[in-house]
Design a protein around this ligand. Sequence first.
Ligand SMILES: [Zn+2]
Length: 284
Amino acid sequence: MRLDGKEISTSPVTISITERVSNLIIKEGGLDIARYEKEAAAGTLKFKPVVIPGMNAALAVNINSRRINARNVIAYIEGENPDEYVVVGAHMDHMGMDNGKIWNGADDNASGTVGVMTIAKAFAASGVKPKRSILFCAWTGEEKGLYGSEYFTMYPSMGKISDYKFYMNFDMIARDAANDTAKNMAGITYTKAYPRLEEITKSIAAQYKLNLKLNIRSQEAPTGGSDYTAFTENKIPVIAWMAAMHPDYHQPSDEVSLVNWNKMLEIIKLGYLQLWEAANGEIK
Ligand SMILES: [Zn+2]
């Protein structure tokens, strides 16, 4: 899959042959496989292509292409300064069905989508007009290659991408790792040039006595397997939340019965206050 307007993949078509066919080619081509291996190991191999009389192969490749339309879902609160934006996002797609089993994706990423919607609800309920405009985004096509968020950074719904000052990502915020006996561990990765993001995070967690044991990491340019990548590539500071990796990752067993609701709630509270600071204060 690729986004419209992007180059089509130039990787070649790959074919494979059976052992029977490869043995036939070796035999008919006059190759002595024992000598070939010995020479290859010694670095003295001089392989020359050979013509095998009476043998030929033909290969035809047909590519059927299909356009698929998918949508991001985006909500908006206008700020006092409407031309500066902060964003919270989570992907809403998952793996579909396979072999009659549904990949419900409770952690990946119903949990993150709930986080975005809950924070939107909380900002609306506050009744306070934020200093910067806030976008609440549910991304499509993340599992296929981060397409929804990449598309957004190419064609922002509001303003220009240079008007975007902060991005926060929720992907898998509801589970416990095997070693998390207190069931309160969660990870944050943030953009290193913005150390205030870590200060804000720690002071909020302490002030509100949140039950979270945070593993906070910084990276020069956080990229990876989720939707903060496209924002990092556009030089926008990010916070990326993830609670834990677990054996149900990308399995039909990623079920709602395994969700740690208390942890999810604490993460969403902290995420709300981080976004509040990014929308109303300074993160640099
Ligand atoms: Zn995910």
